[in-house]
Every structure is written in structure tokens, then in C-alpha cells.
Design a protein around this ligand. Structure first.
Ligand code: NDP
Ligand code: 2IT
Length: 444
């Protein structure tokens, strides 16, 4: 059996009931097959892949807090410190009822290669909890965040592990976590990113993932001889990534037709009103059903359905496995040009394969959504030098990073005879630096 197949089998056997982690490992290792086979003997001897798929450390803890009725609630907290070969662990904290160790491991594994692709010195990690911020009062969210950090604070730090936002963790949650970290340690340091601008946050971090997604999409289309200006797009999600993806898309001359939340989706043939989405989601923390109050001509549908609308671009920006094989077939039938992932692993393996086989330009999340973590690393730099850069400076750096990632991904695929396969390109480009650093640092 080949080394790649052996390690995939090992991962499934050692980590049963973690299907998302299996999926992430399969996607990466399958696409690295050529690279690994070229070095198989040495990698096998060094157990390189076994080390790569085993997190350096996994922390799991109890998070008790008191709700507004005086009832004690108990959640589970996680932090997976996956790989520190190229820098301190870096990655977000997801707060969603679906969170379990397999989800955090898939996200942490992806994060290793994504962070490497940014070209910045950050290792891979991820954390979170099965806590659901939806419908909770600010006090309840604060009680949870304080309890979460009261355990996690001993494992994180500006030079060891720097968490940030993800699903369910935005500026409010980061603020409460930062306050508690500072209270417990007495340190005013850049231990979290995505902070508010008044206490060490970076301009453009809020916009970074969505804007970065569009910078990469624009560049990738250009490389393929196409102009993004004048295209149409279908977007899923209506959170941080989706909102700023829609905003930048519109700035680049794209008409955005849809967005969604976990209850339903809107179709606005005149183009989504991003200011309305911001008010509904960021200010009111309400549901998309409200969108019709702002745009009476738009349609609201329960359930899922954004991929049924004909468009040039599909930008999944909500969650994992939200674009399935049938959706891919529908997109292809509707003549989609490109699918670029704002979310982490939103497209299933079968759907990805179908899109690639049918000539759709497909940009994987670990490249396409790397703008968020890249700008987090820029926030770390600003915190270290105790200075803050202007919006224009950060945005220009973000754009440069995304353009670089695009070319590195395209070139890596070509180098290994897989031109146009950007999944392979991103994985190869991300893998090379990490492996180089792991080899240089010996068996650790
Ligand atoms: P938010 O919490 O701001 O928004 C998430 C959006 O996705 C909401 O519209 C939410 O709907 C929807 N959603 C979440 N879970 C589900 C689900 N199970 N089914 C259907 N819809 C769902 O998160 P972000 O925008 O920050 O994150 C979105 C994706 O982007 C995630 O995959 C995340 O890992 C990834 N990402 C985020 C980065 C960041 O900087 N924030 C950076 C890189 C990637 P509802 O409100 O109804 O739950
Ligand atoms: O998936 C991701 O890259 C993020 N949620 C952002 C991580 C970060 O550290 O900014």
C-alpha cells in the first residue's frame, strides 16, 4: 500500500467518528500524492505524515457559566494546537452547537497549510466550543467567554498561541475574552486578533476574509483570461465572511444575487443590499426574513437553495459541506465560471471533483479565505511594534498577499504537471514550507 493510503487509513482508524477530519486529511494527502511519492522513502522513515496528522497538543475542558435565569450551564471547550513548525499556533475559535473535536481538528489541520500559504510566520491551531451565542443576552455571552478564557488562558499567549474569531465569534466575544485574559494574566499583549480598534485591533481585519476572497478570485480569473467586472455571483452565508465578500464583489462590479443564513436564503435580482444585511446581522442580530422589509422585490425562501440561481461565480461563505454534488451539477448546468471558497471546506470532495472535471475554476478555502488569518498576522505585527497602520496600508498588504497566494498556487500546480488543479496547487505550496521547517527542526 502507498504511504499516503496507509496514513489515510491510520487517521480513520485512530480517529473514529471524526468524518470532517478524515475528509480534510484525504483532500490534502490525495492531492499531495505526487510530491509525497517523490520523497516516499525519506518521509516514511521520518514518519513525516504521521507527525503531520497528529496534533502537537489537544486541550479539552469544562466551561461552566450561569444563565440569566440563574441556571448553571456546562459547555465543552477545545483548543487544538496542531503544528508550530513555522510560527506560534494561530487560528480562530468557533462557537456553534455543532462543534466537536473532529470539527476542530479538521479546521486546525486546514489552518496549518492556509497559514503557510500566507507567507507569514504562523503555525496552525483552532478551538471553540459547542456554546451557541444565538439568542443569548450580552451578559450570558460575557459569562461564557470569561469562563472559557479562565481555563484557556494558561495555554495561549502572544508568542505561543493566538486565537481569533470564526463562526459565532466576532468582535463582541473577542472583547470579553481579551478583558478576561488581561485580568487573569496582567498582560496587555496581542494574545487574540480581531480585537476592537480601541484596544489593539487592526483596521481592515473585519473586512479581510471577504475582501481577500475577492482579491484572489479577481486575480485567478485574470490568470484565466477573464474579467470579474460585470459578472454575477451567488453567495451563501450572511456573517462576517459573506458580508464583506459581497461588499468587495460589488466594488469590483459584480452583481450579487443571493445570500443565506441557517434558516433560509434571499434572492434579490437587483443585487443584494449589503447595508441592509449589515444592519440585520451586525446591529440587530436578526434573521434574514427581515430582508424583505428593506427590499420588497426580493424573495425569501426557507431552507437551502442559493446554488440553484444562475450566476458566473459561486462563493460559499457559510460552513463546511454546504455545497454538495447535486449543487455542483446544478451550478455546472447553469454555466458557472468559478467556485471560490470563503468558508472552510464548504464543498464536499465529490462536488469538488465534479466541478474540476467540468472545467470550473475552483479555488479551495485554504487559499481563498486566507486573507482573514493573514490580516490577523498583520495585527500581531502591529501589536508587537505598538503601532497601528492605516486602512489603506493594511488593505494594500492584504491584496499583495492574496495576489501572491494566487500565483504560488497556480505555479505549484503547474510545477507538478497538474495545471489548473488549484486544490493540489494550494496544498503543495502550503505543504512545502511546513515540511521544510519540520525537517530542519528534527524529530519533535
Ligand atoms: P459568522 O458566524 O459571522 O457567519 C456564519 C454564517 O454562516 C451565518 O450566516 C450563519 O447563519 C451561516 N451558518 C453557520 N453555520 C451554518 C450551518 N450549519 N448551516 C447553514 N448556515 C450556517 O462566521 P464567519 O462568516 O466568520 O465564518 C463563515 C465561514 O468562513 C466558516 O467556515 C469559517 O470557518 C470561515 N472563515 C472565517 C474567517 C474569519 O475571519 N471569520 C476566516 C476564514 C474562514 P446563522 O447566523 O443562521 O447561524
Ligand atoms: O479560518 C480562519 O482562517 C479563521 N477563522 C481566521 C483565523 C485567524 O486567526 O484570524
Amino acid at each position: 500500500m502507498s504511504y499516503v493510503d496507509e496514513v489515510i487509513e491510520l487517521v480513520v482508524k485512530k480517529n473514529p467518528s471524526e468524518p470532517e477530519f478524515h475528509q480534510a486529511v484525504k483532500e490534502v494527502l490525495e492531492s499531495l500524492r505526487v510530491v509525497i511519492e517523490a520523497n516516499e522513502e525519506q518521509y516514511r522513515k521520518d514518519a513525516l505524515l504521521e507527525r503531520l496528522v497528529e496534533p502537537e497538543r489537544q486541550i479539552k475542558f469544562r466551561v461552566p457559566w450561569v444563565d440569566d435565569k440563574g441556571q448553571v450551564q456546562v459547555n465543552t471547550g477545545y483548543r487544538v494546537q496542531f503544528n508550530s513548525a513555522i510560527g506560534p499556533y494561530k487560528g480562530g475559535l468557533r462557537l456553534h452547537p455543532s462543534v466537536n473535536i473532529g470539527i476542530i481538528k479538521f479546521l486546525g489541520f486546514e489552518q496549518i497549510f492556509k497559514n503557510s500559504l500566507t507567507g507569514l510566520p504562523i503555525g496552525g491551531g483552532k478551538g471553540g466550543s459547542d456554546f451557541d451565542p444565538k439568542g443569548k443576552s450580552d451578559r450570558e455571552v460575557m459569562a461564557f467567554c470569561q469562563s472559557f478564557i479562565t481555563e484557556l488562558y494558561r495555554y495561549i499567549g502572544a508568542d505561543t498561541d493566538v486565537p481569533a474569531g470564526d463562526i459565532g465569534t466576532g468582535a463582541r466575544e473577542i472583547g470579553y475574552m481579551y478583558g478576561q485574559y488581561k485580568r487573569l494574566t496582567g498582560l496587555y499583549e496581542g494574545v487574540l486578533t480581531g480585537k476592537g480598534l480601541s484596544y489593539g485591533g487592526s483596521l481592515a481585519r473585519t473586512q479581510a476574509t471577504g475582501y481577500g476572497l475577492l482579491y484572489l478570485t479577481q486575480e485567478l480569473l485574470k490568470i484565466n483570461g477573464k474579467d470579474i467586472n460585470g459578472m454575477t455571483a451567488v453567495v451563501s452565508g450572511s456573517g462576517n465572511v459573506a458580508t464583506y465578500a459581497m461588499e468587495k464583489a460589488q466594488q469590483l462590479g459584480v452583481k450579487v444575487l443571493t445570500c443565506s443564513d441557517s434558516n433560509g436564503w434571499v434572492y434579490d435580482p437587483e443585487g443584494i443590499d449589503v447595508a441592509a444585511i449589515k444592519e440585520i446581522k451586525e446591529v440587530k442580530r436578526a434573521r434574514l426574513t427581515e430582508y424583505k422589509n428593506y427590499r420588497p422585490n426580493a424573495e425569501y425562501h426557507e431552507g437551502r437553495g442559493v446554488w440553484s440561481i444562475k450566476a458566473d461565480l459561486a462563493l460559499p461563505c457559510a460552513t463546511q459541506n454546504e455545497l454538495l454534488l447535486d449543487d455542483a451539477k446544478q451550478l455546472v448546468a447553469n454555466g458557472v465560471t468559478a467556485v471560490c471558497e470563503g468558508a472552510n471546506m464548504p464543498t464536499t470532495l465529490e462536488a469538488t471533483e465534479y466541478l474540476q472535471k467540468n472545467g470550473v475554476i475552483f479555488a479551495p478555502g485554504k487559499a481563498a479565505n486566507a486573507g482573514g488569518v493573514a490580516t490577523s498576522a498583520l495585527e500581531m505585527s502591529q501589536n508587537s511594534e505598538r503601532l497601528s497602520w492605516t486602512f489603506e496600508e493594511v488593505d494594500a498588504k492584504l491584496k499583495g498577499i492574496m495576489v501572491n497566494i494566487t500565483h504560488n498556487m497556480v505555479n505549484a500546480a503547474e510545477r507538478y504537471g497538474m495545471a489548473g488543479n488549484y486544490v493540489a496547487g494550494a496544498n503543495i505550496a502550503g505543504f512545502e514550507k511546513v515540511v521544510n521547517a519540520m525537517n530542519a527542526q528534527g524529530i519533535v
